[in-house]
Design a protein around this ligand. Structure first.
Ligand SMILES: [Zn+2]
Length: 254
């Protein structure tokens, strides 16, 4: 059996929404754990200017609190962060991977396109979050399908059915992560949208930000369409993203 914890590991005060979160997942089986995206890390919260830079901190509206990092939350759950064996990453923006350094022995799983674009020096990425040289496992194109979408099977230490689903646009290798939990699928779509409202209200001002931050806006719009269709055709799938606090609170209050 897999135990799943929803952890909010980011706080951003943005003009588009006054409380923006970072909705990470912690999966646990006996003495092994996996994290899906890692949020802001301990060092980020202690020396943000050095790790993230004054400009980016200000523009984004980051608020730092060491107690909100995944590592501190895992400790508060009475668990041992040293038992995190794998971190599965949607994309390599710093608000998703700042925490990797707190789990230096965990293998990092990411799409090939995302890692390639990172290595090629796309200026949106920070180098510091991977400077501890973790083991990185990349996943390339696959013929396998999951509800009609391309699916790349992820191999981690835990015994759990998990696939990376390419949802490009925000970044070129951006992926969602689908996890089988009992007889139900969870589908974490990361930054495919910032706020769920974008799906129904294309005039929402946050769409402008999404467009601005997209490496390929046409691909981003296609991705949002795919998610919309999946929600309509398969309401049984639990779908949520990274930054929408109302989605996070839905789980947090359970
Ligand atoms: Zn993000």
């Amino acid at each position: 059996m897999t135990e799943i914890f929803h952890l909010n590991c980011v706080k951003i005060l943005s003009p588009y929404a006054d409380n923006v979160c970072g909705h990470c997942l912690l999966l646990r089986q006996k003495d092994q754990m996996a994290l899906i995206d890692t949020g802001i890390g301990l060092l980020d919260s202690q020396i943000p200017e050095e790790r993230i830079g004054h400009e980016l901190v200000k523009i984004t509206g980051y608020q730092f609190d060491e107690n909100q990092t995944a590592v501190r939350q895992i400790e508060r759950l009475g668990l041992n962060p040293g038992q995190v064996t794998d971190c599965i990453i949607s994309h390599l923006d710093n608000d998703h991977i700042g925490g990797l350094a707190d789990f230096p022995h965990a293998t990092v799983h990411v799409s090939s396109e995302e890692y390639e674009n990172y290595i090629l020096g796309n200026p949106r990425y920070l180098k510091i979050p991977l400077q501890h040289n973790p083991v990185i496992k990349t996943y390339g194109t696959s013929d396998r399908l999951w509800f009609g979408l391309e699916a790349r099977k992820v191999a981690i230490a835990l015994d759990v059915e998990m696939v990376l689903i390419p949802l490009p646009g925000h970044t070129l290798g951006h992926c969602g992560i689908a996890i089988k939990n009992g007889d139900k699928w969870l589908f974490y779509v990361a930054d495919a949208y910032y706020l769920r409202e974008e799906l129904s209200n294309i005039d929402h001002p946050v769409n402008k930000l999404a467009e601005m931050r997209a490496d390929d806006n046409k691909l981003r719009i296609d991705t949002v369409d795919k998610i919309r269709r999946l929600m309509q055709d398969h309401p049984e799938i639990e779908i949520f993203g990274y930054h929408d606090i109302s989605e996070f609170e839905h789980y947090d209050s359970k």
